[in-house]
Design a protein around this ligand. Structure first.
Ligand SMILES: [Zn+2]
Length: 412
């Protein structure tokens, strides 16, 4: 087989394109494959698909998958057409997406690697620049977002996650059933969420059944404004309630530990994580360690038991029974006389309707917890992001559930 035929087959080049020449540059470890278009071929406008007169040609290069460790490059003079309606544009080529310096199959390989490894590792492996890799990822996300079928979000979870420095956040909207991230926005302000709702039609917003979130005024305000009947759909889920109560337990522990230390007692030394852990995931040894503490008269034990009681109040079927149980629990919380516990109890009381919504709607943010830990993994792999756009891109890339591959590079 002649090398031209071999490369035509390897590259999947079919008429009207053909391999004109194959150039092997041993010094540069490079194979350059020159392609040519049949001169008689009629040209089409890439926008409307109608035939259009040729305008000129431009020499273009695309990096392709290596052949036996040889960097392989495709070179072709690509015609531009002058469409009456759309003006001068380069015609589409079957091996690459517009505006890419890589063939579609190369991009597909890079996308496969990016799913498993950090961008810098992909750059090393494929010998491409960081900007090229970021460009491939960005195009993949753009394609995926354009292809995403019209959303019909029903059960949403809204959360914030930190970006690089402390007190810098992004807002993440995810779908409870699938765990896909639907929207990533800067900050955790009202506008952050407004942008997501603004992208939905009236009937899409109507179709939303529940919105799980933290008791955060900005998210509440935006949801009340955009989602019909939101008073019955905003849900303050178990995960977020647990977080606030856990913080209250920790505050009580720190205060009490300080007082005990002054008396020369070390009852609470090294117990921080013991109190914060979910008893359901505790080893028998840990549970035994905790048992003595929790049976003690320590204030921390009292705060902890409020939290644990609250954690049992999520399985009610009716709103009225759930309400009774929560009112009792919050009453008891206030009777403890512990300020951090009372503060959280007051906040929960003000947001009780949303807690009851979460219970009767079975709205959870368990998925959001998983998403958050995967976002931390993405951050770790990237060793920080230069800017929020890159961070947002990476979240969509890994967690958006998107169809990322270029059409020509898709595996059959
Ligand atoms: Zn046109």
């Amino acid at each position: 087989m002649r090398d031209k035929d071999l490369y035509a087959q390897i590259l999947g080049i079919t008429p009207p394109w053909s391999v004109r020449d194959v150039e092997l540059n041993l010094k540069a470890s490079e194979v350059v494959v020159h392609l040519a278009l049949a001169p008689s071929h009629t040209l089409d406008c890439p926008t409307c698909g109608n035939s259009a007169p040729g305008y000129d040609t431009r020499k273009r290069r695309w990096r392709h998958l290596d052949t036996c460790e040889f960097r392989t490059v495709i070179v072709a003079d690509v015609p531009r057409v002058n469409c009456e309606e759309h003006g001068v544009h380069q015609i589409k080529v079957p091996w690459s997406e517009p505006n890419s310096g890589f063939t579609a199959r190369f991009e597909a390989l890079a996308i496969d690697w990016m799913k498993e490894a950090s961008l810098s590792a992909v750059c090393r492996l494929l010998k491409i620049s960081w900007d090229s890799a970021a460009g491939i990822q960005e195009r993949a996300v753009q394609r995926g977002l354009e292809r995403r079928k019209e959303l019909s979000p029903k059960r949403l979870g809204i959360d914030e996650t930190s970006f690089q420095k402390r007190h810098e956040y992004v807002t993440i909207v995810s779908e409870q059933e699938t765990g896909r991230v639907l929207h990533v926005a800067d900050n955790r302000r009202r506008e952050s969420l407004d942008g997501f709702y603004a992208g939905l039609s009236a009937s899409q917003r109507e179709g939303i059944e529940s919105v799980s979130m933290d008791m955060w005024a900005a998210y509440i305000g935006s949801t009340l404004q955009h989602v019909p009947d939101a008073e019955r759909k905003i849900a303050f889920d178990k995960f977020h309630v647990a977080k606030h109560l856990g913080e209250a337990v920790d505050k009580v522990r720190r205060q009490e530990h300080k007082v005990l230390q002054e008396e020369g007692r070390a009852d609470l030394k090294g117990t921080r994580y013991l109190w914060l852990r979910n008893p359901e995931n505790m080893s028998p040894q840990r549970w035994a360690d905790l048992k003595a503490l929790r049976d003690s008269a320590l204030k921390t034990a009292v705060a902890w038991s409020v939290k644990e009681l609250a954690m049992t109040l999520w399985r009610y079927k009716t709103r009225s029974w759930a309400r009774k149980a929560w009112e009792q629990c919050l009453y008891w919380a206030k009777e403890t006389g512990l300020k951090p516990v009372i503060d959280v109890a007051s906040m929960l009381e003000r947001h009780l309707e949303g807690i009851l919504n979460a219970i009767v709607l079975r709205a959870t943010n368990g998925m959001a917890e998983g998403i958050n830990s995967r976002i931390q993994w993405i951050k770790k792999m990237a060793c920080g992001f230069r800017n929020r756009d890159r961070f947002r891109m990476a979240i969509y890339f890994h967690l958006g559930g998107l169809d990322l591959y270029p059409a020509a590079g898709r595996r059959s």
